[in-house]
Design a protein around this ligand. Structure first.
Ligand code: ADP
Length: 551
């Protein structure tokens, strides 16, 4: 039986405030709904709330489970069906009636409130759409206190569920992509590490087993040196990137002549460029005398990466490096390098993703050019740490790329620059010979290396292989400085240092270690080491550091 709207007792209640004070009596209710006529004022008021409530609600009533719903419920099901009011459940929602009926039965027989999450496929504009609802189902009692129906509050959670599902899907996609990128990175990294390692081991074996002429030997040594340096670069890049990600990148500021710095970097690439018959030009006219306070190591690192890439990806034509400076406030300058090549170029789409770590334009296994894909991400981060940026300002497949690298720095007046270089040159004249250094390292190769490097500077080196041996040696002989490995079996570097101090050694003790993170350095300095040097040993840095402590 179908009812007109005014026959819906709940809609009627909502419309008429008088009804709130009256008892409800409908003709059909007597036969179809049983004892509605006896509803009391409290219940009627509750129902008035139901009908003015902005939350969708419906109720089922009586043995036939006739359905009534409030206006807020209509848009929830996205269809209006007023004639269904008061109709039995299976006529109102033939698609889902069995599902709803099961809940009605549960609530009516159990007499408790039941919450349920339901998903309906409902057609919206001719297309099936997933809809998600949270239902709060409570039993309804008649005047005799008998459960005669169910009141249901419905929240349409479709938007938030879909949003959550989208977020989950996106997170899953990102995790999958990251996993693919990680695997590709590991494969790539393994390739990039094994290649120089293979050359080092292979040529070391040849030198050790074959009778070679001097020029050949020298050539093979050079190959070993070159490959060792390239391994060091990879490790340094990874360390730098992890420092940046941990927010622990430290910069060391000092006066730097931009022209000298750029010339030094260009000089590193002239041989490579001329082998490839590429012109390499630095156009520096605008910054001829510019000296700024910045971190020369980081600037050099970015330039090496950008110029190195430009040469690597160019097989004919030229690589041009322009440099200019723009005034900011007072002595503040923005220094801008532009690196322009005529190489393979790239599409805009490739350019957009290159600054992600481990990303390369060509990620296939047949790619022609090596590389870790770390350089650009690192360069951008370093530039940003210095108040600038790295960007691709032009690129076109087969027509080259133009990268721009900028940073901000204070300009140094001539007087300050002269003072700095003078003090540097006076220092470099100090004699070295006659100084005694104790080198403590459990690795015989490292000890041999330290000894050879320092002998050429006239330093007298004694080597020992443990902390215990160092304590012995220091008690027998006076040393001007101790070079100390940190990680050693037995007494480690820290314990050896504290025991040395305990026994009265007052000279500088410099840590020389493969623990290369900033916090390692901080820990070493806090423990009383005079300085912290990292392995692989940089001979220039080693000598400069020793020199600075042997005053
Ligand atoms: P790597 O060179 O070690 O792979 P980078 O982060 O320096 O790592 O560069 C990432 C990628 O960007 C390179 O593999 C290459 O695909 C692309 N790329 C960088 N510079 C250039 C350039 N000048 N010309 C063409 N492609 C370049």
């Amino acid at each position: 039986m179908a009812l007109e709207k005014q026959e819906n007792p709940f809609a009627e209640l909502a419309m008429s405030s008088q009804m709130a004070r009256a008892t409800v009596n409908f003709d059909w209710a007597a036969t179809e709904l049983g004892p509605i006529a006896g509803w009391d004022l409290g219940l009627i008021n509750s129902l008035r709330i139901v009908f003015s409530c902005p939350v969708g609600m419906y109720c089922t009533w009586g043995p036939q489970r006739r359905v009534f719903y409030n206006d807020a419920y209509i848009p929830i099901l996205k269809h209006r069906h007023p004639r269904a009011l008061g109709s039995p459940l299976h006529e109102v929602w033939p698609e889902v009636w069995a599902q709803v009926y099961a809940i009605v039965q549960k609530v009516e027989s159990g007499g408790f409130v039941l919450e349920s999450d339901v998903q309906f496929d409902i057609e919206v504009e001719g297309k099936p759409q997933n809809n998600y609802y949270t239902y709060g189902n409570s039993p309804l009692f008649n005047v005799e206190g008998k459960i005669s129906g169910m009141l249901c509050t419905i929240l349409d959670t479709t938007t938030s569920v879909l949003r959550t599902l989208d977020a989950l899907r996106a997170a899953k996609d990102a995790a999958e992509k990251a996993n693919v990128a990680k695997s590709a990175f590991l494969a790539n990294m393994s390739h990039e590490i094994r290649t120089p390692l293979g050359a080092i081991l292979g040529f070391a074996e040849i030198i050790g087993t074959q009778d070679l002429e001097a020029p050949e030997r020298e050539q093979y040594f050079e190959i070993i040196r070159r490959n060792g340096a390239s391994l060091t670069r990879i490790i340094d890049d990874i360390l730098d990137l992890s420092k940046i990600e941990a927010g622990k990148l430290a910069t060391e500021m000092a006066p730097v002549s931009i022209q000298t710095l750029l010339q030094e970097v260009l000089a590193m690439f002239f041989d490579n460029a001329s082998e490839k018959k590429i012109q390499l030009n630095g156009i520096l006219t605008e910054i001829a005398d510019l000296v700024v306070i910045t971190d020369a190591v980081r600037i050099r690192q970015v330039l090496i990466n950008l110029i190195g890439n430009a040469i690597k990806f160019t097989s004919q034509g030229s690589v041009k490096v322009f440099c200019r400076a723009e005034p900011l406030n007072g002595i503040r300058k923005k220094v801008i390098f532009t690196i322009e090549d005529t190489g393979i170029g790239m599409t805009q789409e490739q350019a957009d993703r290159l600054f992600q770590p481990f990303t390369q334009a060509d990620a296939t296994s047949t790619r022609k050019f090596g590389g870790t894909g770390l350089g650009l991400a690192l360069s951008r981060n370093l530039a940003r740490a210095l108040g600038g940026d790295v960007n691709i300002i032009h690129c076109e497949p087969d027509h080259g790329c133009t990268f721009e690298f900028s940073f901000q720095a204070d300009e140094v007046t001539n007087a300050t620059a002269a003072q700095t270089s003078e003090s540097a040159s006076t220092e470099s004249k100090k004699p070295f010979s006659g100084f005694k250094v104790l080198a403590v390292d459990d690795s015989p190769d490292n000890r041999e290396l330290i000894k050879s490097l320092l002998h050429t500077s006239g330093i007298d080196v004694t080597e020992v292989d443990s902390g215990e041996a160092a304590l012995n040696q220091a008690s027998m002989q006076k040393y001007d400085l101790v070079l100390m490995d940190i990680q050693m079996p037995g007494l480690d570097g820290y314990s050896t240092l504290s025991e040395l101090r305990h026994r009265g050694f007052q000279g500088p003790v410099v840590a020389l270690t493969a623990h290369a993170m900033k916090e390692d350095k901080e820990r070493a300095l806090a423990a009383g080491f005079a300085d912290h040097l990292t392995k692989p040993i940089n001979s220039h840095q080693l000598i400069q550091t020793i020199k600075s402590h042997l005053k």
